[in-house]
Design a protein around this ligand. Structure first.
Ligand code: XMP
Length: 513
């Protein structure tokens, strides 16, 4: 198949991968590259179109990122967004200035429907703006095709050269008809036919991994979560038994989870790969004995995981490639590195320093979570794995407040299983962002039969969130909560009270530690 490609050139904006993702939503394959990508390379890739992203700089600053002028002469359609629009203006002889009024947030734009960018877009449409500079003079050959109250050039075009630019961000959800505009660009300007599908991603990734790995050995830390599962299956399709997956069952997993993962990936499972399950819960409980400080617990679990993995890797011998299920949000989160450490998230990201290998393979690096799930479905991975809720690396270790013991793990596993069962029965499982039971370290007095009890309180958490950076407590019907509470106190020994967490994030976090 002739692969159509649109390139996003990254000038340092916040939403670069989002642009690529929106283009992929239009069934056109799209990749993000740094703005320094050479002209030769671009010609070699022969894209159907190029999109310049936004960026934090002012185009007149000396250190502002630039592109070569020749790029505009290749007869490849270009769409400049925000900073990208300024750059196009500046490079082609127009003028960019500090705007008398900066526009931030939702802004009404009046569009000229005769521009192909705005075909079938409302004449007045809400967009997302974030700029202090604006285009004050058009380059020769361009015309303005959208305005706002404060901005005489909210969009411009030079149809002859297939050059387009917009001041606002079509890629973010707040730009109500942004996807339509991007689709107009890729279909009507770039003349893409839209023949790319997730299945093409799967085929091409499998093929390229196969070529890259040759007859090398590949190692994968499989957690059973969606990202590492999808990465492992892609690898298994590409290299079969050259892949070994190590699954560390550290005793901090949800009820039956270890067996479920083994059923799918183990010797009687669905895939052609080597599967090693390391049952080492006693080892972890021993390390965690007496430790109550959340960060210390996280560090111990993370380090012990690495030790176990390292030991297994040594048994396998020389490994050529290490597979990681890194997805795009992991890349930005770890790339920023500027924000305060709220929690040291333990991911397999810590592994490379400890295992001897030649190269890392990260087949999902440019995908968002829901795209990874689509890949999972394409690959035929069972739905209960693909749509599994996020589960933290340190597992139940951070859902047990205070010291972790085998007894407490059992309590929280049982309570959580009941909670999940009832939520699913009530039909809320696909509607909630994340939900789970945790164990407080509070013991309190209760009465069961004629006896006084002094037992633990389980806390139920359910949140709605789209990005997991902020979250709202979910309003679960009382009847469902009541049923869960009564089942937990009746069925789980050691619990006499069930609480519901009504806090959002911020000020709380989703997990308890
Ligand atoms: P918090 O508790 O920070 O959680 O509000 C946000 C999201 O991240 C998940 N989480 C983790 N994921 N390793 C992970 O891979 C971790 O250490 C970790 N801690 C929290 C949490 O479940 C929620 O989805």
């Amino acid at each position: 198949m002739n692969k159509e490609l649109v390139i996003v050139l990254d000038f340092g904006g916040q939403y670069n991968q989002l642009i690529a993702r929106r283009v992929r939503e239009c069934n056109v394959y799209c990749e993000v590259h740094p703005y320094t990508l050479s002209l030769e390379k671009i010609k070699e890739m022969s894209p159907k179109g190029i999109i310049f992203t936004g960026g934090p700089e002012s185009v007149y600053n000396e250190k502002a990122p630039r592109c070569t002028k020749e790029l505009f002469e290749l007869n490849i359609p270009i769409l400049g967004i925000c900073y990208g629009a300024h750059l196009m203006t500046y490079m082609l002889g127009g003028k960019v200035e500090k705007a008398p009024i900066s526009e931030y947030g939702k802004t009404e734009v009046r569009t000229d429907n005769s521009s192909v960018l705005f075909h079938n877009v409302s004449k007045k449409t809400i967009t997302w703006m974030s700029h202090t500079d604006y285009i004050s003079e058009l380059p020769i050959g361009f015309r303005s095709c959208a305005i706002t109250d404060a901005c005489p050039v909210a969009a411009m075009e030079c149809t002859e050269k297939k050059l387009y630019a917009i001041q606002f961000h079509p890629e973010v959800m707040h730009t109500q008809e942004g996807l339509k505009m991007l689709s107009n660009f890729v279909y009507d300007v770039c003349k893409c036919s839209g023949n790319w599908k997730m299945s093409s991603f799967v085929d091409e990734t499998v093929k390229s991994i196969h070529e890259k790995v040759g007859d090398g050995k590949v190692l994968c830390a499989l957690s059973g979560g969606v990202d590492s599962s999808v990465a492992a299956v892609l690898l298994s399709k590409a290299v079969g038994k050259q892949l070994t997956c190590v699954f560390v069952d550290q005793g901090l997993l949800r009820k039956n989870e270890g067996d479920e993962v083994e059923a799918v990936f183990g010797p009687d499972g669905l895939y052609d790969l080597n599967f090693i399950r390391v049952n080492c819960k006693e080892r972890f409980y021993k390390k965690l004995k007496g430790v109550t400080e959340p960060e210390k617990k996280r560090k111990i679990i993370g380090e012990e995981f690495i030790r176990v993995f390292e030991e297994e890797a040594k048994k396998i011998g020389t490994v050529d490639f290490l597979v990681q299920g890194t997805i795009y949000p992991d890349v930005i989160e770890s790339g920023l590195g500027k924000s305060a450490v709220i929690k040291s998230h333990h991911n397999v990201g810590g592994l490379p320093d400890y295992v001897d290998f030649k190269e890392i393979i990260e087949p999902l690096r440019m995908l968002f979570k829901d795209e990874v799930r689509k890949v999972g479905i394409e690959l035929g991975i069972p739905e209960h794995l693909v749509f599994r809720q996020p589960f933290p690396g340190p597992g139940l270790g951070i859902r047990i407040i205070g010291e972790v013991t085998a007894e407490k793990c059992f309590i929280v596993q049982e309570a959580d299983a009941i909670y999940r069962e009832e939520i699913a029965k009530a039909g809320f499982d696909k509607k909630l962002g994340q939900y789970f039971a945790a164990l407080t370290n509070m013991q309190s007095v209760g009465v069961m039969g004629d006896d006084r009890t002094y037992d633990y309180a389980v806390v139920l958490r359910a949140v709605n969130t789209s990005d997991f950076m902020t979250a709202e407590p979910a309003q679960i019907p009382w009847a469902v909560l009541g049923k869960v509470a009564s089942r937990i106190v009746n069925e789980v020994k050691g619990v006499n009270r069930v609480l519901y967490d009504c806090t959002g994030k911020p000020p709380a976090t989703i997990e308890f530690e």
